[in-house]
Design a protein around this ligand. Structure first.
Ligand code: NAP
Length: 677
């Protein structure tokens, strides 16, 4: 195979770098695969280009349009993923490892596309939380909104997941409206470069929204402003250096760090040898040590087990690890391939030597060779045990980024929690137990030190995604040593990359700005019932005010017997005496809702296709027999669903005859567009 000259993609064209580059070798046998250099690249010009071209193009799109773009990107990558698999083996990844990286990365884009369509409005900004009333009469209010930042998301990735690492950052940034400059770790950059080529060749992304640096970032950080951001994944040492860059500090450039993590897995005291949970634990720990040859930021590094079970766990793990087939990752029979490079193996060996100050090797030979594969970066799994679990420090401060983990014994649960917390902040922790009280103590005792925690037992094992798999729906990141960052986590990842602004003003002004009706804002004249207006014609504030209806005792009795809801507060004047809320018998809340529907409905067939629920229902004042009610129905906001119809959110207020608010809620309907109505 000829050596691939890796290119950067800058200012709309591929750039090969000047002069000789560093040679990158295959993890399998050390043969040269690629050459990399970014010499001659101008990061400052790349940033300016992204700000000039990519940013405005993305910000002009709504969240739904950006989501459609992500979906198309995922489809384009999916269609060409075999090209990625072919290059992935050379990084040492088996087919299963590559699946996590490649299909996992593409899947993350798909999830983001579909969640964004469902959970974000078809707008370019987001409303955050409820309106805050800041005045006596309600004429001055506050509303938080998220708006896109006007900079560039600079994303620096680790070597272990060249595709997933790039895509999991790219998706949320593009959704947030930020153009991206992605920089993969050099060691496995040939795979990331191929993914970048597929992205560019797909033509899906607007010009200037995606650039790629193969090699050093040069003086990139010098040019960052407060509108830009850095999302870094890699070692603690590099992250600390970058985060302390004077320009990052001076401009308060948002910096997210995902770095190393001494993740733990705890065996519950209830999980005795022979139990389903004990077997699950051994399987999960061994799997985490071997997937991606342990080069996973979430891999289990600290195995915390009851002292009385140390021998049993150690023997079971050693047996299982001895059965792992190590070899050429291209072979179907191989369970674990080599590390990503010889340099990486040398680093892992030096970390094992450091761990040896407090630990002994239980199984695996750190210096062992795999027969017939001497030129590859192979390393058999190494299981260590702490000589003294109480005083050992190394397992809590040393990350051997390979198939290496240390056993630590605990006396009781408090001790186990204390050991877990000594990791000083982890990405992922797991607890294997069937005992809910054990789980309660561990999760709330160690939760503050983790980004994600898995409670695994026989009930969920078959469908569990496992200790080490970050899910796009859930937070990835962790406090302290893990970097203090937060990526993924569904739409949280999008919001993290937007600017939250507290906007203050009148109801009319805030309604106009947010396109979401706030009580007190003007109600545009319609001349007809808003139920008769198709989706495209509706505007926030359009209202219908019903006539009054008196709620009688007969109505209450009838409703009670008809539905079976004969709760005493509706039926028994004597029983309700002295009640803290009710002056006497009162109408059912559901009766009020039903009457409200009867008061505001426009019964003839029209644009309203269906009522599909209500949100935020509150009964605020009881209605007594003989009292009148009336309803205000106002368009709050709307969000298209497809070409035929969209969702309308209605602000509904049920008032008493004297104008007091008896109930409020938001009604949701699906409404047809004009052509479809
Ligand atoms: P690394 O050596 O710190 O490198 C990480 C990235 O930083 C690479 O892209 C590297 O580029 C770049 N970099 C290094 N020096 C730089 C500088 N001065 N300016 C700009 N960029 C610079 O880490 P790694 O060896 O690739 O990754 C292994 C580590 O990452 C482990 O500690 C692991 O736990 C951690 N990790 C964490 C997560 C997570 O989500 N928390 C995920 C995966 C890995 P070059 O390669 O070109 O030097």
């Amino acid at each position: 195979m000829s050596i691939i000259r890796l290119n950067s993609f800058a200012e709309g064209r591929w750039f090969a770098g000047q002069g000789d580059g560093a040679i990158l070798a295959s993890a399998i046998d050390g043969t040269p695969v690629a050459e990399i250099t970014s010499k001659g690249l101008e990061p400052g010009a790349m940033l300016a280009y992204a700000r000039r071209k990519g940013g405005p193009a993305l910000r002009a799109l709504t969240f739904h349009q950006r989501a459609n773009m992500l979906k198309a990107l995922a489809q384009a990558l999916n269609a060409r993923k075999e090209e990625l698999y072919a290059l992935s083996y050379l990084t040492g990844a088996t087919k299963a490892d590559s699946w996590v990286d490649i299909d996992g990365g593409i899947g993350t884009l798909f999830v983001y596309a579909s969640k964004a369509k469902r959970e974000l409005p078809n707008e370019t900004f987001l409303i955050d939380g409820a309106v805050e009333n800041l005045s006596k009469s309600g004429s001055f209010l506050g509303q938080h909104v998220y708006v896109p930042r006007e900079g560039v998301a600079c994303q620096i990735n680790a070597f272990n997941f060249p595709v997933w690492g790039m895509l999991e950052k790219l998706g949320p940034s593009l959704l947030a409206g930020l153009p991206v400059i992605a920089k993969p770790a050099s060691a496995t950059a040939w795979l990331a470069e191929k993914a970048a080529r597929i992205i560019i060749e797909s033509g899906v992304l607007p010009e200037g929204t995606f650039q790629f640096i193969a090699g050093s970032t040069g003086d990139l950080l010098e040019h960052l402003t407060s509108q830009d951001s850095v999302a870094f994944t890699g070692s603690l040492a590099t992250s600390t250096t970058l985060q302390a860059h004077p320009n990052i500090l001076k401009n308060a450039v948002p910096f997210t760090a995902e770095r190393d993590s001494l993740n733990c897995s705890i065996l519950g005291p209830d999980a005795a040898p022979g139990s389903a949970e004990f077997d699950l634990f051994v399987k999960e720990v061994a799997k985490e040590m071997c997937v991606k040859a342990g080069q996973k930021c979430t891999a289990i590094r600290r195995i915390i087990v009851p002292e009385s079970r140390m021998e049993a766990v150690s023997a079971a793990l050693a047996k299982r690890l001895a059965g792992v087939t190590i070899g050429d990752p291209r072979l179907e029979t191989t369970r674990m391939g080599p590390l990503a490079s010889l340099a990486q193996r040398a680093d892992v060996r030096s970390q094992i030597a450091r761990l040896a100050a407090d630990c002994e090797v239980v199984s695996g030979d750190p210096d062992g060779r795999i027969a017939g594969a001497e030129d590859g970066a192979y390393l058999a799994p190494v299981l260590l045990t702490a000589r003294n679990s109480r005083s050992a420090e190394r397992p809590h401060d040393t990350e051997a980024f390979g198939p290496v983990a240390t056993l630590l014994g605990y006396a009781d649960l408090e001790d186990a929690i204390g050991i877990a917390r000594k990791g000083d902040g982890s990405l992922a922790g797991s607890l294997i137990t069937a005992d809910t009280e054990v789980a309660r103590q561990v999760i709330f005792g160690a939760g503050a030190f983790h980004g994600r925690m898995l409670v695994l037992n026989a009930e969920c094992a078959a469908e569990s995604t496992g200790h080490g798999s970050p899910m796009p729906h859930l937070v990835h990141g962790g406090p302290g040593r893990a970097g203090g960052g937060e990526e993924l986590g569904g739409m949280r990842a999008v919001k993290h990359q937007m600017q939250r602004v507290a906007v203050q003003g009148s109801p009319a002004m805030l309604t106009a700005l947010t396109k979401s009706y706030i009580k007190g804002a003007p109600e545009p004249e319609t001349g007809e019932h808003p139920f008769r207006i198709p989706f495209d014609g509706l505007e926030p504030g359009m209202s219908f005010h019903s006539k009054e209806r008196v709620v009688t005792l007969d109505d209450i009795e009838h409703f009670a017997h008809f539905t079976g809801d004969t709760f005493y507060a509706h039926m028994d004047e004597e029983a309700v005496k002295g009640h803290p809320f009710f002056p006497g018998r009162v109408a059912h809340g559901y009766l009020l809702l039903s009457f409200a529907a009867g008061l505001f409905v426009e019964p003839a067939r029209g644009p309203v296709l269906a009522n599909y629920g209500l949100d935020n229902l509150r009964f605020l004042k009881p209605v007594s027999p003989g009292e009148a009610i009336r309803v205000r129905l106002t368009v709050k906001s709307k969000s298209p669903r497809n070409e035929a119809y969209g969702e309308v959110r209605w602000d509904v207020e049920i008032m008493t005859g004297t104008g007091e608010t008896a109930a409020t809620y938001e009604l949701l309907t699906m409404n047809a567009y004009r052509e479809a109505a």
